[in-house]
Design a protein around this ligand. Structure first.
Ligand code: ADP
Ligand code: MG
Length: 703
């Protein structure tokens, strides 16, 4: 097979013989535009292929691979529908049958050369194969492989099949490999028993045996993990060396002043986290800390403590929440606690009027606001602070990793970046915390504040709905308040509206409740499309006990904190995820009364059923997160999707946990030896690192 002269790795894919301009577009659609892309297009797995044998030499009862020319075909519709073909080579005849194989008749025609692989049998004295795998061969391009082998199976498309990719790779590989340099030093590599990069690519695309395929995979997975770890740690080391955060003051007096504003005593666990945070903020290296604690654990007060430390040092703080409702609540509660103090609190959300917005922006930039509460709106370009010392991201799992970086850039104080705290109620699985969040220190608030009575969770079918609401009515009459959560604001027009089927939308639910079981009670609707004043007004009246039940969408899912509300009804609970339901349940059980959470649902699948059962059984968010992981698999987990990081191509979890730990250790030691990764022999590694993660990890300023 003639290799094209000097096939450069950077050459366009059309330069590969057999691809050419005609097939190029199809390869482009698979994100293969250069020879290098082709080499990096790795097989998903390998398939065993038996050595081809001549028909006359093929025994009965084994898996065999036979090539031959189709000499006749037949469709049989009697009995089981089947498609039959006769395959000939120069030694004999093989009968092939495909049950339900009628789709093959267009392509398997007399004169066509195919290869079939399957188990041989005997039929009317001759050799037969039933339902074999079939491949269409091009005699000039597909020489017979002499021996059994592992064949790569590539991610492919309608236009380009795995076989065509395999052919292109086979043509390009010999020349491409010669140009692949290793970014790992030989000694380093040998100590870890990793093959050279060049060999790894060869063994991945064309393994001689199973163990070669494994060795290749191990090397390439390790590389992926090492690069990410190096990226994260390089960034961190760079920040530590070059970025300065304002070292905030702390004294027993400051501490006392802050605590005067907190209307309760901190739990030992909160105390511990406050100590960790206060210690961080007194340093002039920017803090980068994750505070995790279950729903209702009391994370806000830790954030408040940090923000008041900023104010005590005459600097600013900001807290960003994922929803307007939560931002409004933070704003209201912080303002309430700071009433009569000199600390100035303001709010900035997308729903603000132009004038309000302009005013908040001006005051933040002028240093006339001490604490700015907001939503994503805080991230927009015009938002500047005179001296931002503490930036808090609440419910971090609702944001991506980029937001942290964006907030960091907001201070106009020369040479400084703020301390960053991120808070989450969704525990971060270990793999994620070691990868994308690898640069965070972690504090955990364990348990819940004292006096909390565990929420009773009930899972009921729709037939119990009337009973449930009769009971809600009773509790309302005893002075309690309820949330009733529905999946949608408006009716889904396709949804069947049969008798006995309750509507899943807010509007009809309101109507049904007002006219039925909750007639005469004070109900209000709450959802994301209401005007801000309306929403704030509703929340405030609910807080003051002037509304008995709030009929809401999931806008109340995160953060909302109204202790007197003690009943949570979730309609059509099967439509919500486990983490979401746990968050919703977390809205109650915050006061002195025994709270109740009723999930009204009709789980249609086993998974949905398992999800609801898990929630009814466990109240601990960490336990539920593991359950969630088990039910959904890691790919679905928060963070993985929204993090903005490319998913791993080779590494997979939990399988590669040991490689991850090794890569993490190695990266740490490496950065310690070479904090900027700028030695001559690191040039290649650095270039590959920047290409892989420069953007996602935010290495722009490191380069
Ligand atoms: P989350 O961790 O979910 O953000 P919050 O910060 O909203 O939780 O706190 C939940 C509720 O618990 C709030 O009403 C808060 O005032 C209250 N709380 C927090 N810490 C304590 C404490 N140590 N003692 C009593 N109540 C507390
Ligand atoms: Mg919170």
């Amino acid at each position: 097979m003639p290799d094209a002269p000097s096939l450069d790795l950077r050459a366009p894919i059309d330069a590969v013989p057999g691809v050419g301009p005609r097939r190029a577009a199809a390869f482009h659609a698979l994100h293969i535009t250069t020879v290098a892309d082709l080499v990096r297009h790795l097989p998903m797995r390998h398939e065993f292929e038996a050595a081809e044998s001549r028909i006359a030499d093929t025994p009965v009862g084994v898996v065999a691979s036979v090539r031959g020319e189709v000499s006749a075909t037949r469709v049989s519709l009697r009995g089981k529908r089947r498609f039959e073909a006769v395959l000939m080579d120069h030694t004999g005849r093989l009968d092939v049958v495909w049950f339900n194989g009628l789709y093959l008749r267009e392509r398997v025609q007399p004169g066509v050369v195919i290869r079939v692989q399957g188990k041989t049998g005997r039929f009317k004295g001759g050799l037969q194969m039933v339902n074999p795998r079939v491949e269409f061969l091009d005699a000039s391009r597909d020489p017979a492989p002499g021996e059994e082998r592992l064949r790569p199976v590539y991610p492919a498309s309608e236009e380009v099949n795995s076989r065509e990719i395999e052919r292109a790779v086979a043509r390009a590989l010999p020349q491409a490999l010669a140009q692949i340099d290793d970014h790992l030093p030989d000694e380093f590599r040998r100590q870890r028993e990793l093959p050279p990069l060049r060999d790894a690519y060869r063994m991945m695309h064309a393994p001689a045996n199973e163990s070669e395929a494994l060795a290749a995979r191990r090397r390439l997975a390790y590389d992926e993990l090492l690069l990410l770890q190096l990226g994260v740690q390089l960034k961190r080391s760079h920040q530590r060396r070059t970025q300065r955060a304002p070292a905030l003051r702390w004294s027993p007096e400051i501490d006392r002043h802050i605590r005067e504003r907190i209307p309760f005593t901190l739990t030992p666990s909160q105390e511990q986290v406050v100590r960790e945070v206060a210690h961080d903020l007194q340093q002039n290296t920017p803090a980068n800390r994750l505070i995790q604690g279950d729903v209702g654990a009391g994370k806000t007060v830790v954030a408040l403590y940090a923000m008041l430390m900023a104010a005590a040092s005459k600097r600013q703080a900001a807290i960003m929440a994922p929803t307007e409702i939560l931002a409004e609540q933070h704003h209201a509660s912080i303002a309430r606690m700071l009433e009569g103090s000199s600390v100035r609190v303001a709010m900035l959300t997308g729903g603000a009027s132009t004038a309000e917005r302009a005013d908040a922006l001006r005051r933040a930039a002028a240093g006339e606001v001490d604490i700015l509460v907001g939503t994503h709106a805080l991230l927009t370009g015009e938002v500047r602070f005179r001296s931002l010392a503490v930036a808090v991201i609440d419910e971090q799992h609702r944001f991506g990793v980029h937001q942290r970086a964006a907030l960091r850039e907001k201070s106009d104080e020369p040479g400084t970046t703020p301390h960053v705290l991120v808070m989450t109620a969704t525990p971060i699985p270990r793999t994620l915390s070691l990868t994308i969040f690898g640069d965070l220190d972690v504090s955990t608030i364990k348990g819940l504040p004292p006096g909390r009575i565990p929420v009773t969770t009930r899972l009921v079918g729709p037939d119990k709905r009337e009973e449930v609401y009769a009971y809600v009515r009773e509790r309302i009459e005893r002075g309690e308040q309820a949330y009733i959560v529905v999946p949608a604001i408006e009716a889904d027009s396709d949804a069947p509206e049969g008798p006995g089927r309750a509507p899943a939308d807010l509007r009809s639910t309101m109507k049904r409740l007002e006219e039925g079981p909750l007639a005469g009670k004070r109900l209000a609707a709450l959802h994301g499309r209401l005007k801000r004043e309306t929403r704030e007004n509703v929340m405030e009246r609910f807080r003051l006990g002037k509304i008995d039940a709030l009929v809401a969408t999931t806008v109340i899912e995160v953060g909302v904190d109204i202790p007197n509300a003690s009943v949570m009804i979730v309609e059509h609970a099967e439509r919500f995820g486990l983490a979401q339901l746990h968050q919703l349940r977390g809205r109650v059980g915050r006061g002195a009364r025994r709270s109740l959470c009723v999930l009204i649902g009709e789980p249609a699948t086993e998974d949905a059923e398992a999800r609801l059962q898990a929630l009814a059984k466990a109240t601990d968010g960490f336990v539920l997160a593991e359950k969630d992981l088990e039910l959904r698999g890691p790919g679905e987990l928060f963070g993985a999707r929204q993090s903005g990081l490319a998913p791993f191509r080779v590494a997979a979890f939990p399988r590669d946990m040991d490689l991850l730990l090794m890569a993490r250790r190695d990266a740490g030691a490496w950065i310690e030896r070479s904090p900027a990764l700028d030695r001559d022999d690191e040039r290649l590694l650095r270039a590959r690192l920047l290409r892989a993660h420069g953007q996602a990890v935010g290495l722009g300023d490191v380069a």
